[in-house]
Design a protein around this ligand. Structure first.
Ligand SMILES: C[S@@+](CC[C@H](N)C(=O)[O-])C[C@H]1O[C@@H](n2cnc3c(N)ncnc32)[C@H](O)[C@@H]1O
Length: 163
């Protein structure tokens, strides 16, 4: 079962209101977005972004099941890297500024529960670790083919570098 992290606190602190425009940059299974959608009502706008197409489908299913169709905001389900937010916004062409940006960074518990994705410590599977299947390079290729120097650079760059 998926439990959205700090759901009540997120809603209390961000306090989305009817008619607001909210952007969830890491929609995942839609746990937080369902709560946003319920509060925005039909005059609101909700943009859901996730780099993993499977997660966007899960989020869409969850919102369809759990948010009353008659009072659902206008919702955009978008498979994209949030780093490309400029392109996403030029595609959807909404002529107003968002009231809330929300990012719940990392991977989802769904990724950890699925062996084939290569993130799980418990379940056997290939060393894949791609969030987006549109990326060709897998973790296995990195570990098996990169030189010691390249691997050391990656660890330094992403884990050890100090300001
Ligand atoms: C911790 S989960 C979000 C869970 C979500 N808040 C929920 O309640 O279900 C993080 C999500 O961010 C996505 N993600 C990771 N890096 C991303 C990126 N660069 N752009 C867009 N989504 C990304 C992952 O696919 C994952 O679904």
């Amino acid at each position: 079962m998926h439990i959205p992290v700090l759901k009540e606190d997120v809603i209390r602190v961000l306090s989305p209101k009817r008619g607001d425009f909210v952007v969830d940059l890491t929609a995942g299974g839609g746990g937080h977005s369902v709560e946003f959608a319920k509060r925005l009502g039909k005059d609101g706008i909700l943009v859901l972004i996730d780099w993993d197409e499977e997660m966007i489908k899960k989020a869409e299913r969850k919102i369809t099941e759990m948010v009353d169709e008659k009072d659902r905001p206008e919702i955009f389900f978008i498979t994209a890297n949030f780093a490309d937010i400029d392109e996403v916004f030029s595609e959807i062409q909404i002529d107003r500024k968002p009231d809330i940006f929300f990012a719940d960074l990392g991977i989802s518990s769904f990724h950890l529960e699925e062996g084939t994705r290569g993130f799980s410590f418990r379940i056997e599977g290939p060393l894949d670790m791609r969030i987006s299947r549109s990326i060709k390079l897998t973790a296995k290729e990195v570990v098996m083919n990169f030189s010691e120097r390249q691997l050391a650079d990656i660890i330094y760059r992403y884990a050890l570098r100090k300001k």
